[in-house]
Design a protein around this ligand. Structure first.
Ligand code: HEM
Length: 183
């Protein structure tokens, strides 16, 4: 049976963008880094949970490079998941710092034209939590994550805010945004 990826269908493909801007914490303040990136989204079939829940899955790998030197400075692996029964969109992601996020939310619009995916998570949230290593909890804690992604045909744009408790700031807004084109 053909898998219905619902609002995730438009993600599938390889996307490139060079309009990225990262705002990240440094001990002495804020670092702003222009970046380019590649995100590969792949159709990954479906799964059945507890007999009754059936999720369509899109797997992704995001590789982000500094414009200044071409160095990879962010690598992210994850899944977008669609639950047609509850009309819930999920993004589960991991970054190589000892941090994982299970974010949930909704989709608006229908393909091919603008489809907006909006998910969020927060530390300690019963529904959509953040998990992190003890070191990160104690020194660079991810307290919240919000992500809005818009797919419109062969154009994709996203903006995300990762709220960090770090360097004495209880709510540092670590932000990332970019515009990509399907290649
Ligand atoms: C395009 C996406 C992202 C980019 C380019 C990026 C880049 C950065 C950079 C440059 C730093 C400063 C420290 C360093 O130079 O390594 C940083 C810190 C951090 N980022 Fe990200 N980040 C991204 C997304 C995320 C996401 C999605 C999360 C978690 C959900 C996250 C969690 C963190 C944490 C916890 C730190 C603090 C680590 C530390 O400096 O001690 N980041 N990030």
């Amino acid at each position: 049976m053909e898998i219905d990826y619902g609002p995730l269908a438009g993600l599938i493909g390889t996307w490139k963008g060079d309009k990225g801007l990262d705002v990240a914490p440094e001990p002495d303040g804020v670092e702003k880094t222009p970046y380019y990136e590649v995100i590969v989204f792949e159709a990954a079939g479906d799964v059945e949970n507890y007999v009754v829940q059936r999720l369509a899955i899109v797997r992704y790998h995001q590789t982000v490079m500094r414009k200044s030197n071409g160095e990879v400075f962010h690598d992210q692996l994850g899944y977008w998941l669609w639950d047609p029964a509850s009309k819930t969109v999920m993004q589960t992601l991991t970054i190589p710092r000892g941090v994982c996020v299970t974010a949930g939310g909704k989709a608006t619009g229908t393909a091919p034209g603008p489809v907006v995916l909006e998910v969020r998570a927060a530390l300690g949230d019963r529904d959509w939590p953040v998990a992190q290593s003890p070191f990160m909890r104690d020194h660079a804690s991810t307290v919240a994550f919000e992500h809005k992604l818009t797919v419109d045909g062969d154009r994709l744009a996203y903006a995300e805010t990762t709220t960090l408790e770090i360097y004495g700031n209880p709510r540092f807004a670590h932000t990332d945004a970019n515009e990509l084109v399907r290649s």
